[in-house]
Design a protein around this ligand. Structure first.
Ligand SMILES: NC(=O)c1ccc[n+]([C@@H]2O[C@H](COP(=O)([O-])OP(=O)(O)OC[C@H]3O[C@@H](n4cnc5c(N)ncnc54)[C@H](OP(=O)(O)O)[C@@H]3O)[C@@H](O)[C@H]2O)c1
Length: 333
C-alpha cells in the first residue's frame, strides 16, 4: 500500500471553506484517516474541537500532535469506545460538561471494515455497533446540545460517513444485522466480490449510515429544521482502514496493494465529510462524495440526493425501530 499518494483537490477545497470560529465540533475516530484530517481542518478553521476516540497510544499521539500544532486552540480529547454503549454514554456526559454552549457539528466518522464475525460486549456485530449503533446512541445523547447550538446560531449539523459499499452486495437493509446476533452473522468469508460475510456485514453497516441520515433528515425537517442531517463517502482513500482489514484477515495484502493504487489521498477522501460539516450551502438530505455510482472512487466531492433504496418509509422505520431496540432507549425527535 502506497503512503505517498498526493492530494489533488484538497488545498484549493480547504481554502474555500468558511471560518468556524465560535462553532463547536465533535468528531469520532480521529487517530488517522478522514477523521484526523477533519479534526485538523476544524482546528485550522478556528472551531472548538472535541475528538472522541478509544484509549490507545494512537489517540494519545494524535492529540499530542494536534495540540502542539494548534497551541491556543480550544481542543479536547474524550474517551469513547464505539464497541461499548457504556463508554459512549460516559462520553456523552463528558461532552455535555465540556460544551454548555451546545454542539454545532457532530461528525460520526469512525469506522471499521471487514472484521471477523464477532460480538461486542453488548452482543452486537462489531462492525454494526462501531459503525452505526454507537453513533445512533451518541447522536441521541447529543441532540439537546445540537438543538441548543441551532437555536443560538441558526443551524447545527449531523454528518454520517458511509461508503460505496452501501450498495454492494445488497441494497436492502436487513433487520438481523441490527439485532443482538453478533458472532452468528455468516462467518468469516473474506471475498469482497463473491459474497464474503465480512463484506456483507460492512455493507449493512454502511447502508445503516445512509438510512440513519435519511430518517434523521425527515424527522428533523418536520421538528427542528435548523438541524441538518447529511451523509458523505470518501470514494477509495488511502487511510488505515484497509491496513487494519489486512491485519484482521478481511483483505489479502497483495490484492490490497494493487487495489490501493487506484486510491486518492486521505485528504482528498475527507472532502465529502468536510463538505457536509462546513460547506456554507450544504443542505439537509444531501450526500457528498466523489460521485454516486459504484465506481466513484476519486475526485472532487459533489452533492447528490439521498437514494431511494434506503430513503423510503419502510427502511427508515426499520432502521429507527431496530436501533432503538439495540440501545434500549427511545429516540424521539
Ligand atoms: N478509506 C476508505 O477508502 C473508505 C472508503 C469508504 C468508507 N470509509 C469510511 O470512512 C470512515 C473513516 O475511515 P478511514 O478510512 O479514515 O479509516 P481509518 O484511518 O482506519 O480511521 C478509522 C477511525 O475509526 C476509529 N475507530 C475504529 N474503531 C473504533 C472504536 N471502537 N471506537 C472509537 N473509534 C474507533 C479508528 O481508531 P483506532 O485507531 O482506535 O482504531 C480511527 O480513528 C469510516 O467510517 C469508513 O467506513 C473509508
Amino acid at each position: 500500500m502506497s503512503d505517498t499518494i498526493q492530494s489533488v483537490h484538497f488545498p484549493s477545497f480547504k481554502a474555500s471553506l468558511p471560518s468556524q470560529e465560535g462553532k463547536t465540533v465533535v468528531i469520532t475516530g480521529t487517530t488517522s484517516g478522514t477523521g484526523k484530517i477533519a479534526a485538523r481542518t476544524s482546528l485550522e478553521l478556528g472551531a472548538k474541537v472535541l475528538v472522541l476516540n478509544r484509549k490507545s497510544a494512537r489517540s494519545e499521539a494524535m492529540f499530542k500532535e494536534l495540540s502542539e500544532a494548534f497551541p491556543s486552540a480550544d481542543f479536547h480529547a474524550v474517551e469513547c469506545d464505539l464497541q461499548s454503549f457504556a463508554s459512549v454514554r460516559n462520553a456523552i456526559e463528558e461532552v455535555k460538561t465540556l460544551c454548555p454552549e451546545g454542539v454545532h457539528v457532530l461528525a460520526n466518522n469512525a469506522g471499521v471494515m471487514a472484521l471477523a464475525d464477532e460480538a461486542t460486549g453488548d452482543g452486537f456485530d462489531v462492525q454494526m455497533q462501531t459503525n452505526h449503533l454507537s453513533h445512533f446512541l451518541l447522536t441521541k445523547g447529543l441532540m439537546p446540545l445540537l438543538e441548543k447550538a441551532a437555536e443560538a446560531s441558526g443551524e447545527a449539523r449531523i454528518v454520517n460517513h458511509s461508503s460505496v459499499a452501501r450498495m454492494q452486495p445488497s441494497k436492502k437493509l436487513k433487520p438481523e444485522y441490527l439485532e443482538k446476533r453478533g458472532g452468528s452473522l455468516g462467518g468469516n468469508g473474506a471475498s469482497m466480490f463473491f459474497g464474503g460475510a465480512r463484506w456483507k456485514r460492512y455493507n449493512q453497516s454502511k447502508l445503516a449510515n445512509c438510512a440513519f441520515t435519511a430518517a434523521l433528515h425527515h424527522k428533523l425537517q418536520a421538528k427542528h429544521p435548523k438541524i441538518k442531517a447529511l451523509v458523505a463517502h470518501p470514494g477509495l482513500a488511502n487511510t488505515n482502514l484497509q491496513k487494519t482489514s489486512v491485519k484482521e484477515g478481511g483483505m489479502g495484502a497483495f490484492f490490497t496493494s494493487l487495489f490501493m493504487k487506484m486510491a486518492q489521498s486521505m485528504e482528498d477522501g475527507a472532502m465529502g465529510l468536510i463538505s457536509c460539516m462546513f460547506k456554507a450551502d450544504a443542505q439537509s438530505g444531501e450526500f457528498y462524495g466523489p460521485g454516486k455510482g459504484t465506481t466513484a472512487m476519486k475526485g472532487k466531492a459533489i452533492a447528490f440526493p439521498l437514494e431511494s433504496f434506503y430513503d423510503n418509509p419502510g427502511t427508515r422505520d426499520l432502521l429507527w425501530q431496530k436501533s432503538c431496540e439495540a440501545i434500549g432507549e427511545d429516540f424521539t425527535i
